[in-house]
Structure formats: structure tokens, C-alpha cells
Design a binder for this molecule. Structure first.
Ligand code: ADP
Length: 158
């Protein structure tokens, strides 16, 4: 026995869990998608958060269940309203990265009181320089992801 305490072992195990090892598949919609179609996509894909992309597949926004509910209690025809009108948009989106720890991602969910984070990779500008960084979405971290990691942790032999 190495003399490692149980607390140290748990701490190490938490810090070894990375976003890239736990991320799930992101569900994307284009910015001209109607609120009506976004609601359908949310049901069909069984997710609570959609990520919105432009024609170049850059991340431009996030749409949550309550964003859709809010627009659904308004008077507009949901087929005529694009998600780009109601989404939370860049640069106000909280991001996570493949090499971040799951603990850092979980801390962001708590700090910003949100359910999901897009896992992103910055896109390089043509000459390496860029005014506003563009991001490709390569995954999704949600509260369910964190719950799954918690269960894994409980099942690990320390
Ligand atoms: P819900 O609104 O269904 O409870 P959230 O708590 O995730 O779901 O969303 C709360 C608000 O935060 C919504 O307006 C949503 O657009 C926004 N939001 C969700 N995820 C993010 C994120 N990763 N970065 C910034 N804003 C987000």
C-alpha cells in the first residue's frame, strides 16, 4: 500500500477525468431554423440544449428549453421566428475544451447556472490571426455527463 489516503485517491481520480473522455454528441441547428423546428428537434433528439451554427458550422448560439418555452408563450407564429432571434449568442457563450477537466466544466455549469456546455475547438484564421475566434463544436457536456462521472467515481476501486 502506497500510503495514499482515500481522499488523495478520490482527488486524483476526479482530476484525471477529462472533458474529451466524457463528452456526448452535440445536437446542432442552423441559425435560420424556426423555433417550431427547434422544438421538434429537441424532442426527437431527446436533449435539453441545442447549439446554433452558421453556414460555416461556427458556433453562434445556444437555445435551451426555457428559451423555447418563453418564445412559445408569446403571440408570434413559431414557424416564422428563427432561433437566432431567441438564442443566447456569442461571445456570451460559456465554453469547454477537450483537455479541460470534467471538474472545471462542472464548476462552469454551477457558476453560470446552466445545463450544458459546448465542447469546442478554435478554428484557425487563414493567416493564423483573427479578430474574433471562431469555434467548431465537437461535443457536449451536460449535468447528466457530470452525474455519470459521479457514478463512475463511486464504482471505482480506490
Ligand atoms: P433552461 O433555460 O431550460 O433552464 P439553462 O439553465 O441551460 O436551461 O439555460 C438558461 C439560460 O442560459 C438560457 O437563456 C440559455 O440560452 C442560456 N445558456 C444555456 N447554456 C449556455 C452556455 N453554455 N453559455 C451561455 N448561456 C447558456
Amino acid at each position: 500500500y502506497t500510503g495514499k489516503t482515500t481522499m488523495q485517491a478520490i482527488g486524483e481520480s476526479i482530476k484525471n477525468k477529462r472533458v474529451k473522455d466524457y463528452k456526448s454528441v452535440p445536437i446542432l441547428v442552423k441559425e435560420n431554423t424556426s423555433v417550431y423546428d427547434a422544438i421538434c428537434t429537441m424532442f426527437l433528439e431527446d436533449v435539453g440544449t441545442l447549439f446554433v451554427v452558421n453556414e460555416q458550422n461556427d458556433l453562434v448560439g445556444v437555445v435551451s428549453r426555457k428559451d423555447l418555452l418563453r418564445s412559445a408563450i408569446g403571440k408570434q407564429n413559431l414557424e416564422d421566428v428563427p432561433v437566432s432571434i431567441i438564442m443566447t449568442r456569442m461571445p456570451n457563450i460559456i465554453l469547454t475544451y477537450p483537455d479541460e477537466t470534467l471538474h472545471e466544466a462542472a464548476s462552469k455549469l454551477i457558476r453560470y447556472q446552466i445545463d450544458a456546455l459546448p465542447v469546442v475547438r478554435p478554428k484557425q484564421g487563414k493567416d493564423g490571426s483573427q479578430t474574433e475566434t471562431k469555434y467548431e463544436i465537437i461535443g457536449r457536456i451536460t449535468k447528466t455527463t457530470i452525474t455519470r462521472a459521479y457514478v463512475d467515481l463511486g464504482n471505482e476501486e480506490l
